[in-house]
Write a protein that binds this ligand. Sequence first.
Ligand code: S3P
Length: 433
Amino acid sequence: MIRYRVAPSTGIAGEARVPGDKSISHRALMLGAIASGTTRVSGFLEGEDCLATMRAVAALGVQVSRPGPGEVVIEGVGLDGFRAPSAPLDMGNAGTAIRLFMGLLSSQAFDSVLVGDESLMRRPMERVATPLRAMGATIQTSDGRPPVRISGGMPLHGIRYEMPVASAQLKSALLLAGLRAAGDTTVIEPAVTRDHSERMLQAFGCEVSSVDGVVTLRPPARLEAANVEVPGDFSSAAFFIVAACIGAHAPFVVRGVGVNPTRTGLLEMLELMGADLRLVNRRTCGAEPVADIEIRPAVLRGIRVPERLVPLSIDEFPAFFIAAACAEGETLVTGAEELRVKESDRIAVMARGLGVLGIRHEVLPGGLRIEGGGFGGGVVDSGGDHRVAMSFAIASLRASAPIEILDVANVATSFPGFATLGRSVGLGIEEVA
Ligand code: S3P
């Protein structure tokens, strides 16, 4: 089992560039696969999650090649062109892959079975299966979890669906199912969630409207292949943004980061705490806004996190909890129940690790109350969760003794090269087999 051994360091300095966005990389593969023509992707995240999607797309009969680092070329087979896979499709650790494929595959002529690793096999799938059944699909889960068995040959019809949870994966699965359904598909969001699917569907020529949380897709005759330039992943940048807030003594820059406003709730949360953050060199990268993020030294103070920011920063809470532990006073997070069904139960796993490192906290059903204080050292179990592992690695910037983090192999699902990049800016991080 791979571990991190992280020595306390005196700070981080310089700049960082993080790998491509995971959400956008998954979607580029999927839309490229069902488009007509050749889609070229640059800045693709070569992490395990997106490679699982790539293998699944290939197993469905789509030709995918990788001419260079971060480059992917997809020969689209059109909306009706998938071939039956010869074995269950293995989605690895990737919740986005399994849920979006449920939407894509529920209208196909053939049966398919979707499975994943130990963590994915524990995650809830009925939130997607239930509305897909309402569209006409036949889907079985095992007590709500994978394996997901989809029966082929079911014609779908569009629905109007009010989502019970704020989930971009659910919204996206229904929009993808809607591509081959009769009539429009409308999804109503209880709160704004990431809109990469809507933006990319539009870039591929599909009519999708989004007004006040009501997203409607009109089934297109075809999707037109497009070139996709993937920006740096805000969720990966988050570790260096928080690291700089707690451990930089001079301005630190993270370059080329996707700053889609449905993803950047963390910036607002840190600013409420007193962080000095600036977005500079703003530009667009295809359908997505991009900027360099500059972080200047500032003192952080505890806050009550506004619940409206939760879906806009859902993947950033492990890193945010580290910022909260370094702030003066108390920080309160509520309304974040969804954290319990991520790659791990991120409330429980982060709370255990914070406790090991001497941070006083209270576990709440949908969040945490954290008292700022210094970290001690100790051995923390990541629970196999990539974002938990990276969060405790940056805690070392304020720790009085080494932190050892267990079970970190899954960092490769979203952030290959994290330890090397961390070392290059001053983290005392060492990977130990
Ligand atoms: C994602 C949506 C979010 C997020 C996940 C990626 C996506 O999940 O946590 O890492 O790409 O659509 P939910 O939609 O389940 O909140």
